[in-house]
Design a protein around this ligand. Sequence first.
Ligand code: NAD
Length: 385
Amino acid sequence: MSKVLRLGMVGGGQGAYIGNIHRLASRLDGAWQLMAGAFDVDPERGRAFAISQGLDPARSYGTYHELIAGEAGREDKVDAVAICTPNFTHYPIAKALIDAGFDVICEKPLTATLADAVALEKLARDSGRFVGVTYTYSGYPMVHEARVRICNGELGEIRTVQVEYPLEWMANAVEQSGNAQAAWRTDPKKNGRGGSIGDIGTHAYHLAGFVTGLKLESLTADLSTFVPGRTLDDNAHVMMRYQGGARGLLWSSQVAIGNSNGVRLRIFGDKGSLQWFQEQPNELVFTPLDGCVRLIKRGADNLSEDAKLRTRTPPGHPEGYLEAFANLYAGFAEAIRAHQEGREVGLLGQNLPLAYDGLKGVAFVEAVVDSHESPNQPWLTPVAV
Ligand code: NAD
């Protein structure tokens, strides 16, 4: 039996969004137990929230500095700390944790600025600490299935990639009516330079690269801000040229009414195409050149080991977002345990989103904004691809 890993958390307090998803997902397979946290920007609220979650009052911290000081001296200190705070805080929190010898699970985008992303990726590399990035959509079993099938050549040479992430929840100025999540996402100092492109375009960019293995050569972008009063984009169109000749189109939008979480990926090769839609995540549509459409279902016998390993229920019992997130946590646990035990990482801990993937995401966002802002030099290459 592998030991249960001890999880710490920064952010994700009362009323926050993603912290609770981390808590649920980390628990699903019994690999992690939440032991400590500094959950809120307000220390008192953070301590009270920690106690409400059943944590030991001695490990219910007011700030991440207190968490580091308190945990560093314990024999049973946390194995990793999840960072679930707004973007601009990721770098200082991650740096302090890594400097103190902790492994890190960081929300996307890795940082709010390119300089911070470059520094954090270097710090991760130099220190040897584990830094996982929660690119949620790479946790789905059918996304892994698509990746394996493309690696095996089932689509042939990839020609075009269409990836989109449309949302509707910011279709009006919710940031002006007390929505905490929208307030920091529309503030360039807290969010970074990319609005929709930084918040959700980063997911789409990672998903397309993860599944196809394609590396970006250059991009050109058109950003829009439709809701009056905003400074950051709430809609982005990006044309991409991949190395080797494939082409891509990425759309991210926070104002696409009718779309709750419409992440969609379509990949077209010279032998066939694949489609995956996050609102029907248990299915993959494969169309070979003969035109006979095949519906590949999660849980089927002939799927790849990569997909099977990330599946818990038989076909017909749907799995979704929480299970995909839990697959990331299961992978992070495997990678961290392998390192602790000095052994090879098993399949579940391979192909995880790590610090370099986080840096690529931030570099993509910066290049998109730069391209939009420099119409005379529209095709730009991100500093990391
Ligand atoms: P949120 O505003 O709902 O929650 C942020 C939490 O962080 C709050 O509890 C706040 O009090 C706390 N906080 C802020 N500064 C802190 C500090 N210095 N110390 C301790 N706690 C602090 O935000 P959210 O929507 O949950 O987003 C958080 C992060 O997660 C962002 O980086 C966002 O991009 C990312 N996110 C990722 C996904 C995904 O699919 N992976 C989805 C949503 C959000």
